[in-house]
Design a binder for this molecule. Structure first.
Ligand SMILES: [Zn+2]
Ligand SMILES: [Zn+2]
Length: 277
């Protein structure tokens, strides 16, 4: 499994780093986890978005989904450039887009907000570029060689972590969550845990975020093979070093602090992650 961090900031992009978005590649699939502001651009620097097999959105906070419309329009552009301004060609296949239950009407309203009357195909991102599938906590989905398990976690908006099992390894991504026992279901013996580590101190509110120490505790108790910390409110190197130290006090396995464009390989059989740059 190869994880490419496209963006790792909580909230809006800052310091040249996009918000939440991660490309996960296995032998047979390319998945985009989350699509926050800046991700459509960052993704295009790594692969052509037409190569994606599916997009999975953890929850409907804007830092996790705001670039879905630009990404959808980028996919539609490839049809427009082939002369289809009104209807897609018969051999066109929309990309599966997995969103939380209830998101579909919002997506359709959003797609209509900026009409291009001369090229109406561009206003159909969530009908033509994407095939929208709503998921519920506990759902299981197969994409290519990946078995996905959507695990409900604890956040102000309904948020599911995604656990991906492929023949070449496993990866679990939290999205946004406070501490909850469901994190151990998500991360149980996973090769790589990609965990939000938003806060310097544990969350005492109902909003739901993890501190780096809590992310480390989950990785340790779940028996994760490696831990990647992400969803940062600061790009300050000292702040990030302190987050890493806090996680390392709880978890003795390999820890990576996410940075935009970082590429992390996890070998089969829970091997050590290798930073590729
Ligand atoms: Zn967030
Ligand atoms: Zn959130």
């Amino acid at each position: 499994v190869r994880l490419t961090v496209l963006g790792c900031r909580a909230g809006m992009p800052a310091d040249g780093q996009p918000s939440s978005g991660y490309l996960v590649e296995t032998a047979g699939s390319r998945l985009l986890l989350d699509c926050g502001p800046g991700i459509a651009t960052a993704l295009g620097a790594v692969i052509n978005p037409t190569q994606l097999d599916a997009v999975i959105i953890s929850h409907l906070h804007s830092d996790h989904c705001y670039d879905l419309l630009p990404l959808g329009k980028a996919l539609l552009n490839t049809l427009i450039h082939h002369g289809n301004h009104h209807t897609p060609p018969p051999d066109h296949h929309p990309k599966p887009l997995y969103v939380p239950t209830g998101a579909t009407p919002l997506l359709h309203r959003w797609a209509q907000l900026f009409p291009v009357t001369t090229m109406p195909l561009l206003d159909r991102a969530f009908e033509v570029a994407f095939a929208v599938h709503e998921y519920s906590p506990g759902d299981r989905v197969t994409v290519g060689d990946c078995a996905l398990h959507m695990v409900g976690l604890r956040h102000a908006a309904t948020n599911c972590g995604t656990r991906i099992e492929a023949p070449c390894g496993s990866l679990a991504f939290t999205g946004d969550t406070g501490m909850t026992d469901a994190l151990y279901t998500l991360a149980d013996s996973v090769d790589l845990l990609l965990a939000e580590a938003t806060l310097a101190e544990p969350d005492t509110t109902a909003h739901g975020h993890l501190s780096a120490a809590e992310a480390g505790r989950v990785a340790a108790r779940a028996g994760a093979g490696s831990l990647v910390l992400t969803h940062f409110t600061s790009g300050d190197p000292a702040w990030l070093r302190s987050a890493r130290r806090a996680a390392a006090a709880e978890y003795t396995g390999p820890i990576t602090v996410a940075t935009a464009a970082a590429c992390i390989e996890v070998a089969p059989a829970r091997g050590e992650p290798v930073a590729l740059g």
